[in-house]
Design a protein around this ligand. Structure first.
Ligand code: WTA
Length: 650
């Protein structure tokens, strides 16, 4: 296959992976699709600790999704944390489970599996002592400290359902999630740290509770020890409540389908959706994909530099690596602090063997030049990974050539919050790679491409990416709104899971993700709904209507562009834009910023009043000639005005 890069020797050497060659992939993938029950029951029985082993694989499926939701391993009973923690007390008690580096370089903590077990048990006991029980929802709003992972595991251990809220979210976003999940408990910390700054997590929690109500307990981990406001009726220090608790705790055994966590993610309409993952299926899938894709070895130091507030952190910092008994890295800081050499400095100091990051970070670092990379010894690296957005060929080349010196393989992993784990990706020791392609489906995953008319496309083609059968890591529902789940994922193409992504399949059967085809924008790998922005903008009395779309951005992948129809004459545009961005920041969070504002006379609407977003999107993408048929517009002249509109960068 021309242009494809074979797997380097360093990656293949001594692999014990289930899949080590393309022949293995062919055989195992075909078997997993033909006999998914047999395949997954085998995998889960071998790798996951069950209290009662399941005898059933998949129950129900996409064909009957409208009548009843599917289940995996439904007659099995377990607690996912037994696989993550207890299981390793026998074989690797003194192995480092969590390796943490703080905001300042060299500030390091190492927590062994024995210590992790004791700390998770202690905190589980503390939660139970405060009346938290199986099925309760608990919000975790913390920065990147090991206690965030401990809090997640402790909730899961007692059968409670955690919902981690990314530390960059605003009080209003936290409040929305408290209300939607019906949580009574929040676990937070005094302050987070990031790039030399502090993040007032406790203060924001207080503000969120003032909006949402309903919270009777706030547990606060002390990190910076700066003073915080205190409410004696409600607030408890983490270190005080664990003081007298035992380091032993018997995990609460639940059914395989018992919810493990809720994680909110943006969709194309309305409020963020609470994606519900389950104990049995999720832990099986994340453990399997983690060890298979990255070709995990016992002495690996696995570094995923995501945040636990997103799905990547859940699946590949916490659950997958710990279930596999890996040493998993947690990072409090940013790739540019104190300078652009931070990642490579840590590779040298900690000996990372597998390094997993987002294309945004790669582009930002590549722009700073190669010297920051060359300064440090990176010979420990074997596998480099990317996730979260399409990677452009230049960034891929740089990662491959400069960071990996052509001795590492790159796994470009495609997946989503909804899929729980990686679905389309190279398998490190097996798959020849090519920059920009996520390559081939993992076992159990059957991608299909459809055209806009809903027809299945065969062979080389481009279309809507669907998955045709269920896999264990899939979300089961949207919390409190199963109809929305069916509507969002199973109505575009009947009886198929629709991903929201566009995709091309080449002559070798390799998949190339082209990006979202719905109204989700992906800024630096952070998913945001255009509707969320629009709802906020029109709250301003200055704005009559707003249309928000993504546009290509050199570093962030996508930037945010807002088309505004004014309600009144504006004297000072600059300050209007600043105030609108402040509003987005307050409502969503620090990561929600509009980069470009354009004032237009009217939104492009059909005669029935529906906004033709395609027109805005094509203008923003700099391809107005590709906007297609505009004959159904009520006022076709508006298109010219939109193309010619004055734009303001902020
Ligand atoms: C995008 C992140 C191209 C995609 C794990 C998907 C990707 C969305 C890739 C999910 C990739 C993720 N190549 N695009 N390797 N990985 N995406 O839920 O548009 O935060 O639908 O999950 O990110 O984002 P989410």
């Amino acid at each position: 296959m021309s242009g494809h890069i074979p797997v380097p020797e360093r990656v293949k050497f001594d692999s014990e992976n289930l899949i080590q060659s393309m022949d293995d992939w062919q055989r195992i993938h075909a078997h997993s699709i033909a006999e998914p029950d047999d395949f997954w029951l085998n995998i889960t029985r071998k790798s996951i600790v069950w209290d009662i082993e399941p005898s059933i694989g998949l129950e129900g499926g996409f064909d009957t999704i409208e009548q009843e939701s599917f289940k995996w391993f439904s007659d099995g009973r377990l607690n996912a944390t037994v696989s993550c923690v207890d299981q390793h007390l026998k074989n690797r008690p003194d192995k480092v489970a969590i390796l943490w580096e703080g905001d300042e370089p060299g500030v390091v903590r190492r927590i062994t599996y024995r210590q992790l077990h004791a700390q998770v048990c202690r905190f589980s006991n503390a939660l139970q002592s405060r009346g938290v029980t199986s099925g309760d929802r608990v919000i975790i709003y913390m920065g990147m400290v090991p206690e965030a992972a401990i809090a997640m595991l402790a909730c899961a251990r007692i059968g409670a359902i955690h919902s981690v809220v990314f530390g960059g979210f605003s009080a209003e976003s936290v409040a929305d999630r408290i209300i939607d999940s019906g949580s009574k408990v929040v676990i937070t910390m005094d302050e987070g740290k990031r790039a030399g700054r502090t993040i007032p997590l406790k203060k924001t929690t207080d503000e969120a509770i003032a909006i949402a109500g309903g919270i009777d307990t706030v547990i606060v981990y002390q990190h910076t020890a700066n003073p915080v406001e205190w409410n004696d009726e409600r607030d408890l220090w983490w270190h005080e409540i664990i003081e007298n608790e035992s380091g032993e705790h018997e995990a609460v055994i639940v059914e395989a389908e018992h919810p493990l966590f809720i994680l909110y993610t943006s969709g194309s309409t309305g409020k963020p959706k609470g994606q519900v993952h389950s104990h049995g299926g999720y832990i099986t899938y994340t453990a399997f994909t983690h060890r298979t894709v990255f070709d995990l070895r016992e002495d690996d130091v696995f570094a995923c530099v995501a945040d636990v507030g997103w799905i990547t952190g859940h699946s590949y910092i916490v659950y997958g690596p710990l279930a596999n008994g890996a040493t998993t890295f947690m990072f409090e800081s940013t790739p540019l602090y104190p300078d652009a050499g931070r990642y490579w400095d840590m590779v040298e100091r900690h000996g990372f063997t597998i390094f997993y990051t987002a294309p945004t970070a790669i582009r930002a670092l590549a722009a700073k030049g190669d010297d920051y990379v060359h300064k440090y010894d990176r010979s420990s690296l074997r596998v480099l990974g990317t996730v979260g957005e399409p990677i452009n060929p230049e960034a891929w080349e740089w990662y491959h050539r400069v960071v990996g010196e052509e001795k590492c393989t790159i796994v470009d992993t495609w997946w989503q919050t909804e899929t729980g784990g990686i679905c389309i990706s190279p398998i490190a020791p097996a798959t020849p790679v090519i920059g920009g392609s996520a390559t081939l489906p993992l076992p159990g995953i059957q991608p299909e491409l459809y055209n806009a008319e809903g027809e299945l496309l065969k062979g080389k083609a481009e279309g809507l990416l669907c998955l045709s059968q269920s896999w264990p890591g899939q979300t089961r529902t949207i919390y409190g709104d199963h109809d929305r789940y069916l509507q969002t994922y199973f109505s575009t193409i009947k009886n198929r899971y629709f991903t929201g992504d566009g995709c091309r399949r080449d002559e070798h059967g390799y998949y190339w993700i082209t990006g979202r085809v719905d109204d989700v924008i992906n800024v630096s790998g952070h998913r945001m709904g255009t509707a969320e922005f629009e709802a906020i903008l029109v709250e301003s009395e200055m704005i009559a209507e707003a249309g928000v779309v993504g546009f290509p951005h050199d570093i962030k992948g996508q930037g945010v562009r807002a088309f505004l129809v004014l309600a009144k004459e504006v004297s000072d545009e600059e300050s209007l834009y600043l105030s609108l961005n402040q509003l987005c920041r307050n409502r969503i969070g620090a990561h929600a910023k509009i980069d470009r504002f354009c004032i237009i006379p009217a939104l492009p609407k059909t005669r029935s009043g529906k906004v033709m977003r395609r027109i805005l999107r094509k203008v923003a993408e700099g391809e107005p000639e590709k906007m297609g048929d505009i004959s159904t517009l009520a006022d076709p002249d508006v298109v010219e005005a939109i193309i010619d509109s004055n734009c303001h960068y902020v």
